[in-house]
Structure formats: C-alpha cells, structure tokens
Design a protein. Structure first.
Length: 256
C-alpha cells in the first residue's frame, strides 16, 4: 500500500471532523476552567472588601473617621474645604443629643439598627419619607455614598448590624453628630453651633438644639438661624420629643 498518497476522501473527512471535535473540546475545557477562575476571583474580591469593611468598623469604633465621601464631594463642589470640628459627645450639650434622637430616631435605644415599626409605618402610609435609623445614616455617611440605589441599600443593610454589634450606642451618636451635614458645607454640631449661633456645642440651649435638629435631613433647604414657620413648628415638636424620651427612659442608652 502506498502511504505517500493523500488518504481517501472519507478518511480525510473523518480526520478533519476529529480535528474540529478536538478543537471544540479544547475550547470548552478552557471555558470551563475560566468560569471557576472568574468565580474565585470574584469571591476573593468580595472577601477582600468584607475584610476591609470589618477592619474599618473596628477602627472607627475608637478612631474618628478623618473624612467621608460626602464631605469630600461637597468640598469639590464648593471649591473649598468644608467646615467640620470634631468634638466628643461629652462636649455636646445633652439636650442637643436628645434633640437629634427625637428628630431622627426616637426609638434609637430600643432597636439593633433597624426600626421595624417605623419601616412598617412608612410602608402603610405609602410615603416617600425614609425610615432610616441613626445607625443606618451613620453607615451611609461614613462607609458608603448618598442616594437610594439598591446596591447601596443592600450594603447598608449588611453593615448596620455589624456597627451596632461593635460600637456602643453612645459612639454611634457621637459619630453621627460629627458627620451629619447641617448647612451647605457645614458638618457636625460643633461647626453648626458656631455657624448658626456663635456658641460652642456644649452651650446650646434647648431651643437652639431643637432648631439644629430640625434642619435634618434637609440642611440645604432649611436654616436653624432663620427658621420658617414650618421649621419653627418642627423644632417645637422636636423639643417636646427630646423632653419625652428623657422622661420615659428612651435616652438611657446614651446618657449616664
């Protein structure tokens, strides 16, 4: 038999099909190998992000956050540094702390990061107002970004219980009162008390504290020093609420 000649057509066809089949199997094998590799890469990335968040949660439980994404973006927008002077909760008038809680999260001492009753009330009303607790707002301000996107809300829901677990209630309030925006480019009660009233945060009166708390959560459209009639009414309700949570024990977790 002469093997120098080309193989018969049916043999050549079979060989070609076999070659194509081998190539297809090779490509499929490479694809199968690539999928687990991609999954591993994504898993490692997710674990890395989780590890960084855990580290930051533990760190910021004792170390003051140097800045936030909101402060940075506001500084860029305004073209100058924002106003913020970090102050310990012991140097803030107790009535200011109570006013902030009364305004934003009256059941702050009673929940573990999520106020289920408030969420149910919002759903029942069909309202657009938020049901976020102070802890959720701290998580958003310190670790995440502004907005109502689902990715941010999901991250917020995961980080909030961790913050409640690691931080004390007093620490959560201390951070909140130092990073909350209270006027355009003015962050925290220390800068805000001087900006609006020319006094240190430990010298705030009950009325001043209520007016400061009343600018939340819309500081760009409200003024503590030049309140509208609607703002005055809200501040009056907050002042009553601050007195109420002191009397009924709902301020016990952050007051000595």
């Amino acid at each position: 038999m002469d093997f120098s000649r080309d193989p018969p057509a049916h043999i050549a066809g079979a060989m070609a099909k076999s070659s194509k089949s081998n190539k297809s199997r090779g490509k499929a094998n490479r694809t199968r190998r690539a999928v687990p590799s991609l999954r591993k890469l994504l898993l490692r990335a997710a674990l890395g992000v989780a590890a960084v968040l855990v580290l930051l949660i533990v760190l910021f439980g004792v170390v003051n956050p140097p800045t936030t994404l909101t402060m940075w973006s506001e500084g860029r927008r305004l073209g100058h540094s924002v106003q913020q002077d970090w102050v310990s909760i012991g140097d803030i008038a107790p009535v200011m702390v109570r006013s902030a809680v009364a305004a934003e999260d009256a059941n702050f001492c009673l929940h573990w990061g999520f106020d289920v009753e408030a969420i149910r009330a919002v759903i029942a009303e069909g309202s657009n107002r938020g049901g976020s607790t102070i802890t959720q707002q701290v998580v958003k301000n310190v670790f995440l970004w502004q907005g109502r996107s689902w990715p941010r809300k999901m991250l917020e829901a995961m980080i909030t219980p961790a913050v409640e677990l690691v931080w004390s209630k007093k620490r959560i309030l201390e951070v909140y009162l130092n990073v909350a925006e209270m006027d355009d480019g003015v962050f925290g009660v220390s800068a805000a008390s001087r900006h609006y009233f020319g006094v240190a945060p430990d010298k705030l009166t009950a009325q001043q504290a209520a007016r400061l708390a009343a600018v939340l959560p819309s500081p760009k459209t409200r003024s503590a020093s030049e309140p509208t009639s609607r703002h005055r009414k809200r501040a009056a309700r907050i002042a009553d609420g601050a007195a109420t949570i002191r009397a009924d024990g709902r301020a016990a977790c952050f007051e000595d």
